[in-house]
Design a protein around this ligand. Structure first.
Ligand code: ADP
Ligand code: MG
Length: 232
């Protein structure tokens, strides 16, 4: 990756606010978040539990709507896109990895990965191609011996590998990870972090939220979410 490419802003927020209304009370979780993600960088967002990390990541991924402010991806405000364009954004431009994997229990590891391609409705990609890529990803992630296993027959670390493969299936420009090692023991967590380190070396843009300073230290840059705002 060239230095110039690294400096291009790919994802940005401007004055982002999110307020939840519960029981007649307003919870101002995000209170004017400004941030930008450069192409090829690994950005960590640190914050205590309840500080709004997941809320922010969901907004970045087009999974929720801000109360105020914008999320811009390659100069486009994603919350002004048509329904089909925002679906395209969610399914192709970004990939999600969650703390609790969110795999479908009735599907095998392989099917849990290929389904990302089916949901995205990418008509060009044949199901054979999808399967081939899913197998390749699972192989790279050390899971080729577990293709037919259902999630409940997999360890936590193995489930997260499947979830990472699913997130990568459609070759997202930005990988959004929500405490991906938060539910794993230290050794297994480190193996998952090693996968992120490798992806980053290959040029993958990553935004990872975490409450763990050790995890954040792996990133190129860290921001801290505190009282609804981001600080460097
Ligand atoms: P974090 O990921 O940093 O732990 P979250 O973004 O999940 O924090 O949540 C931030 C705060 O917003 C928490 O107090 C949480 O209870 C509240 N919250 C999150 N989602 C909702 C929701 N859909 N409705 C009401 N409150 C919510
Ligand atoms: Mg969270």
């Amino acid at each position: 990756m060239t230095a110039t490419a690294k400096q291009t802003t790919i994802l940005q927020t401007q004055n982002l606010h999110k307020t939840y209304r519960t029981g007649g009370e307003d919870l101002h979780i995000l209170q004017g978040v400004d941030m930008n993600v450069k192409s090829g960088e690994w950005l960590a967002i640190l914050g205590a539990s309840g500080s709004g990390k997941s809320t922010l990541l969901h907004l970045l991924g087009g999974l929720d709507r801000p109360s105020q402010g914008n999320v811009t991806y390659t100069q486009q405000n994603i919350y002004q896109l048509s329904r089909s364009a925002i679906n395209q954004y969610r399914n192709h431009e970004v990939g999600f990895v969650f703390q609790f994997y969110h795999l479908l229990p009735e599907l095998s590891a392989l099917e849990n990965v290929t389904i990302a391609g089916m949901i995205s409705g990418n008509k060009q990609a044949s199901s054979a191609k999808r399967k081939e890529r899913a197998q390749m990803l699972l192989d790279q992630l050390g899971m080729s011996h577990r293709l037919r296993h259902r999630p409940n027959k997999l360890s936590g670390g193995e489930r997260q590998r499947v979830a990472i493969a699913r997130a990568l299936l459609n070759e997202p420009k930005v990988l959004l990870a929500d405490e991906p090692t938060g539910n794993l023991d230290a050794d297994t967590g480190q193996q998952i972090l090693d996968l992120f380190i490798n992806l980053h070396k290959q040029g993958q843009t990553i935004v990872m939220v975490t409450h763990d300073q050790h995890v954040a230290d792996l990133a190129d840059r860290q921001l801290v979410l505190e009282r609804g705002k981001l600080k460097s």
